[in-house]
Design a protein around this ligand. Structure first.
Ligand SMILES: Cc1cc2nc3c(=O)[nH]c(=O)nc-3n(C[C@H](O)[C@H](O)[C@H](O)COP(=O)(O)OP(=O)(O)OC[C@H]3O[C@@H](n4cnc5c(N)ncnc54)[C@H](O)[C@@H]3O)c2cc1C
Length: 444
């Protein structure tokens, strides 16, 4: 099976885009889609421009975990809201979303893992989340295998959903609410006059608007950089596989350092190396190296450094940083589709087979990878830009799928100048410039 969202998929939302809107949303991942939906429901005229296909990048390639467990304390209230929104969306859209509250489990290989989980638990209690520790024997009973795990942290109300089905369904809901989506429509830049946004320039012409939202995932740094707005965002390559149908060992999602798995609606598992990933060195990586030292110190062993990104990637050595109104790097790479790291995939298959010997080595039906956009403190930027009319919602740092509905609601309110209902100060853009200490979130 090839990956379900690719350029072979016919364009579902053709252009050209209308000439004007209240708000243009740049990027058709889960954040852009949900922001558009809530803006349209509030009566705004919204155009969402996607350079390739809706959910072609991270929003279809992720593991499908919808988790509260292990979140940064500032994200947790938004995630709790997101869980309620997922429940409502699932009632509206039905089983196709694949939303099921089947639990998330973090398995502990060492005592220090257990200690880390215990330190996080008070955040769950403060937010009414049902996370708890599991003893070794409880883990063995729930997963049906004896193992080396010392215990786990478990959140029964955490959930799963089917990314490459769910996000296109949510996009269809946004269209029903009045959003005009245009695929194959890269936004090349902003039209700025007298210090404020007066439109966006797309490959299919200009759209007049007085507000724009950058939800461009791994491309946000390149897009914003061309307008003088610097953000220290980088991307890491994360590899994933879908197995053939297998017996159900546990209906939810679980992970340790060696592998992560999530039961899928089709009877297989989405399997991934637990923490292993690849990182391409480029100009942005050099520029932001210092900012990432705190996270690197915590986790450099799981990173495989590679000297250069493939041509056309956001931080490839040859990627243009300025293009005026001409052809941009965005339309030159409609879908970022990195090759998975097969060494990591094979190791993960072996680790899974060792942990579940009764199941044998899992047979893989598809493998793929995604570029995870991340920030030095592993929490996003959700803020107004220092350019009137521009809002930024990016850098979801590997956990933006589950929180997508909550973030979309928050961003929509931010764009409309309404109180977002949560404290967003942790997500402010200025934290990277005002001398604040970079404090990485739990990234558990
Ligand atoms: C392998 C992997 C596993 C993950 N697992 C999980 C998980 O289990 N749970 C979880 O919560 N999160 C997970 N994540 C993270 C999650 O997928 C992302 O945080 C989330 O999808 C980000 O959504 P987004 O809308 O910000 O970005 P994206 O989904 O990347 O969307 C951005 C879109 O913007 C478009 N775009 C960019 N520039 C332009 C432009 N100039 N003009 C027009 N369009 C443009 C792109 O084509 C793209 O479609 C995972 C990610 C990966 C890659």
């Amino acid at each position: 099976m090839t990956f379900p969202i690719s350029l072979a998929l016919p364009v579902r939302y053709p252009g050209p885009p209308p000439a004007a809107a209240d708000v243009v949303v740049i990027g058709g991942g889960v954040i852009g889609v949900m922001t558009s939906l809530y803006l349209a429901e509030a009566g705004q005229k919204v155009i969402l421009c996607e350079k390739g296909r809706v959910a072609g990048e991270q929003s279809s390639r992720n593991w499908g975990w919808v988790r509260q467990q292990g979140r940064d304390p500032a994200e947790l209230p938004i995630m709790v809201e997101a869980m309620r929104l997922w429940q409502g969306l699932s009632q509206r859209l039905g089983d196709g979303l694949g939303f099921r509250q089947t639990g998330v489990m973090y398995l502990a290989n060492a005592d220090r893992d257990l200690e880390g989980y215990e330190r996080w638990l008070p955040h769950a209690r403060e937010n009414g989340v049902d996370s708890r520790m599991l003893a070794r024997c409880e883990v063995e009973a729930m997963l049906g295998t004896s193992s080396r795990w010392k215990g786990a942290m478990y959140t029964p109300s955490d959930a799963r959903a089917e990314p490459w089905v769910a996000v296109p369904m949510l996009a269809a809901l946004a269209v029903e609410a009045g959003v005009r989506i245009v695929e194959n429509c890269a936004v090349r830049g902003l039209d700025v006059a007298a210090g404020r946004v007066v439109g966006v320039v797309t490959e299919a012409g200009r759209i007049a608007c007085d507000r724009a939202v950058v939800c461009a995932g791994a491309w946000s740094r390149l897009f914003l950089g061309a307008h003088g707005v610097a953000i220290p965002q980088l991307s890491v390559l994360s590899s994933v596989a879908a197995t053939e149908p297998m017996p159900e060992i546990y209906p939810g999602a679980a992970a340790d350092d060696d592998f992560a798995f999530r039961r899928r609606a089709d009877g297989g598992y989405s399997l991934a190396p637990g923490s292993g990933h690849d990182f391409f060195i480029g100009r942005d990586a050099f520029a932001s190296f210092g900012a990432y030292l705190p996270v690197l110190k915590k986790d450099y062993r799981s990173t495989a450094f590679r000297l250069a990104a493939p041509a056309g990637f956001p931080d490839a050595w040859g990627t243009k940083r300025q293009w005026g109104d001409g052809v941009s790097p965005f339309e030159a790479m409609r879908i970022l589709n990195p090759a998975p790291n097969m060494t990591l995939i094979r190791r993960m298959q072996d680790a899974f087979a060792r942990a579940f010997p009764a199941l044998g080595r899992p047979k893989l039906k598809t493998v793929w990878a995604g570029m995870i956009d991340t920030m030095p403190d592993v929490v996003p930027i959700v803020d107004h830009a220092p350019l009137a009319g521009l809002t930024i919602a990016t850098g979801m740092s590997g956990h933006g799928f589950g929180i997508g509905p909550g973030m979309g609601r928050v961003v929509a309110d931010l764009v409309m100048g309404r109180a977002p209902g949560h404290d967003l100060s942790r997500f402010r853009l200025a934290r990277f410039r005002d001398g604040s200490k970079i404090a990485p979130g739990p990234a558990l």
